[in-house]
Design a protein around this ligand. Structure first.
Ligand SMILES: Cc1ncc(COP(=O)(O)O)c(C=O)c1O
Length: 347
């Protein structure tokens, strides 16, 4: 018999495969602190975001705003769009994704394969520019005045946070109350804050650390372009309603160079993680040695590295943007090698 939070052996729908993602002990200290990665790439679509995609559609169905044959519209850099593509295909809705050229081409191709209509914002501002504000305006315009058509508006949709409540339950089922630090990327804030809010109902005494790219504006500092995909709040975009500053004990910023060097170093342990996760893991590894002895730190890994073969894992793309730093990679490699010796989960 599977436990309360284990998947049945056979399921009828792709969305039944959401959740129950595994934990991997990446590193540990001699004092018994450990870094566990919650590997959300094990969800269908290879990302955490399908959790909130399902929750947003569930909420729209429950309110009656979305009914049989309806249309869903969302502004997305890719991962939310992938999740909505699956849910729409499964439930017979039309899904239109408003995208810009910043999204990874593979994500866009996958959305198309799932039957999604892609609409590109025209005032894209350049080949790879984030166009979050323009995307959202267009998505809202397209939905306005149409019956049985919803703009899911992930940055302001409470169901985004609700979609991650199960993560908290999965963590406590696996670890009990043994969670000292929860760390994760902050874009809309749904993933980290939804998990953190629910976790606070189940256990106490843990710290929440939010990570955004340098250049993103939620945690202050100068605004500039960044290449960590899907995460952060670029200049010109409003900070999402789900970014809960009361819940986040510390908001930190990690640069693209450090984030991507970490992805590349972690890959050499056998695990491919995406760019935003690289930022999270960089921050987590740096902090791990100074945590109180015996602390368990859980890092939310939003997606896997397979989606970033043309960017983070492409030397030419990295060099052309001054992002390749063998020295930073070596530093992360050394830290990882040192901390991996202490792991105590039996291999
Ligand atoms: C790869 C990746 N990392 C991080 C995030 C940020 O997650 P959230 O929007 O839940 O804050 C996203 C969101 O789309 C993402 O796609």
């Amino acid at each position: 018999m599977p436990g309360a939070l284990q998947r049945p052996a056979v399921v009828p729908r792709v969305s039944d495969l959401i959740g129950y993602t595994p934990l991997l002990e990446l590193a540990a200290t001699e004092t018994g602190s450990r870094l566990l990665l919650k590997l959300e790439m094990f969800n269908p679509t290879g990302t955490a975001k399908i959790r909130m995609a399902r929750a947003m559609v569930d909420a729209a169905e429950a309110s009656g705003d979305l009914r049989a044959g309806g249309r869903i519209i969302e502004s997305t850099s890719g991962n939310t769009g992938l999740g909505l593509s699956v849910i729409a295909a499964e439930r017979g809705y039309t899904f239109t994704a408003v995208v810009d050229n910043h999204a990874a081409p593979d994500k866009l191709r996958a959305m198309k394969a799932l039957g999604t209509e892609l609409v590109y914002v025209v005032d894209d501002g350049g080949a790879e520019e984030l166009a979050t504000a323009a995307r959202e305006e267009l998505a809202e315009d397209m939905a306005r005045g149409h019956d049985n058509t919803i703009f899911t508006e992930q940055h302001n949709n409470p169901a985004n946070g609700v979609g991650y409540f199960p993560v908290a339950h999965e963590l406590t089922e696996a670890l009990g109350g043994d969670i000292g630090v929860l760390i994760g990327a902050v874009g809309t804030g749904g993933g980290l804050c939804g998990t953190g809010r629910e976790l606070a109902k189940l256990i106490s005494g843990f710290t929440v650390i939010g990570v955004e790219p340098k250049g993103s504006i939620a945690f202050g500092g100068p605004a500039h372009d960044y290449y960590q995909s899907g995460t952060g709040t670029p200049e010109g975009a409003g900070i999402g309603a789900l970014v809960d500053f009361d819940l986040i004990d510390e908001g930190v910023k990690v640069g693209d160079v450090e984030a991507f060097a970490t992805c590349r170093a972690v890959a050499r342990t056998g695990l491919l993680i995406g760019g935003s996760a690289g930022g999270v893991v960089h921050e987590a590894l740096t902090r791990l040695p100074s945590l109180p002895p015996g602390t368990t730190m859980v890092a939310l890994i939003n997606d896997g590295g397979e989606k970033y073969m043309d960017t983070v894992f492409n030397d030419d793309w990295m060099s052309e943007r001054d992002l390749l730093s063998p020295e930073t990679e070596r530093e992360v490699d050394e830290l990882l090698t040192k901390l991996r010796r202490n792991r105590y989960t039996a291999c």
